[in-house]
Write a protein that binds this ligand. Sequence first.
Ligand code: GLU
Length: 503
Amino acid sequence: MWSILYRRVLFTSKNKLLRNLTTDVPRVRFAPSPTGYLHLGGLRTALYNYLFAKSRGGVFILRIEDTDQSRKVEGSIQALIEDLDWSGIECNEGPNRGGKYGPYVQSERLHIYQQYIQKLLDNGSAYKCFCTERRLNILKRDAIRHQRIPRYDNKCRSLSDDVIKEKMGAGIPYCIRFKLSSDCQAFEDMVFGGIAYDVSMNEGDPVLMKSDGFPTYHFANVVDDHLMGITHVLRGVEWQISTTKHLLIYRAFGWSPPQFGHLPLIVNADGTKLSKRQSDVRVDDYRKKGIYPLALVNYITLSGGGFDHVAGEGVRLKTLDELAAEFQTQKISSHPSRLNPNLLEECNRLEIKRQLKDENLTKELVGKLQGLIKERFYDQNLHISETHIRSVLFWATSRITRVEDLVSNKFAFLWVLPHNKTEIDSQLFGKLIQNLEDLEDFKEDSIKANLREFSLTNKIKFPALMKMLRSVLSGLSEGPGVAEMMQLLGKRQSLDRIKAVLR
Ligand code: GLU
């Protein structure tokens, strides 16, 4: 066996060798451009690539595509890595991880692109273009005036060697363009099925290398996917139109391309486009709002498809391992994925419930809530017991979607005395206090029975009594049941609140 492997290694070129060694192990990548913050669409692409790799024992790579330096946003690479970490999406190779196919940041790979562009120049698939910005603008304006699609007219394709030498000698700047051919490269999209598109119908020869020595997205993307041994490309559908162009570049190099699958657009519930400016789509904003990573991840999978989800079955929160085990690319729908914000709330609720089943996570929740209470009621010297905080958390799971909700006005009564203007009959309430003091078993059911009896003996209508008590205890006109609230506040606190209005 070794001798066979040895011989194969010996007779294959270096690039082929990379591929042979990796054919069994899928290698996928998330290749964001550092032009802003990670938003839902980017997270979905990263997640699906990660799950794809995880489900097949493959490798998930993070590659930063920063060849367009003018669009680069300071700090966005670090923020992106933090957002991925927070989401639980771990990469096996990447700028923060290293790996033997690095560097994983395109601006650190310029020497590699120079080497590969030379191959395309040598084999006649690419050529130097000396056209000035001015000429290109004139072409564009002309096309628009005549209602044609603006495209480069491929003028420099036919420059003679002498002319090229002369222009180079004169130091005229040039870019390098790819000779597009009109034979349409069809491919089988893992999500959309058969796709065929003749790029040359709508585009002139595309630039591969800019005059400043930076590659364009198309060129660097193909070179890197090949050199990094990428076997499957799962990316947003907005890139589908570029894939046939990429396939032509693969062919020009004599490389076999990876398999491509394009993920449909994520849209709002009403089918309208998500806007990146809408703060709602930034992963970072979800985190700040108190959404948990597993909730966000499940939310995406619920609208994005790729899983067995039986309609009407209700939401079940799945771990990343479970999601990976269930993930199937053929289940991804090619229709736009509609978000349903109610599902996000449900997922977050389920996540809080899940955390409360684990003692360590419960401690973290308690700590978080303590912090929130301190922050919200900073001007009050509160001493709230951990036991109270715990029981509130367990009680609240079906009432809140985020832990932050527990410090909203609706639930402030749990921590601080309500502002009270309730008019009460002090004689009646004096009796009530005595009655409740005597109640040993201060639990919802017995409290309720006690109050009912009290209303009968004192000839006060039960709903009227409840209304008064609710207001005294919480300062609210609606909310949780009075007996329930009393159990939650405890005997001491409930009675103190009633006594407070008597004074
Ligand atoms: N840099 C591209 C982006 O920002 C990557 C597209 C691809 O995955 O090929 O989406």
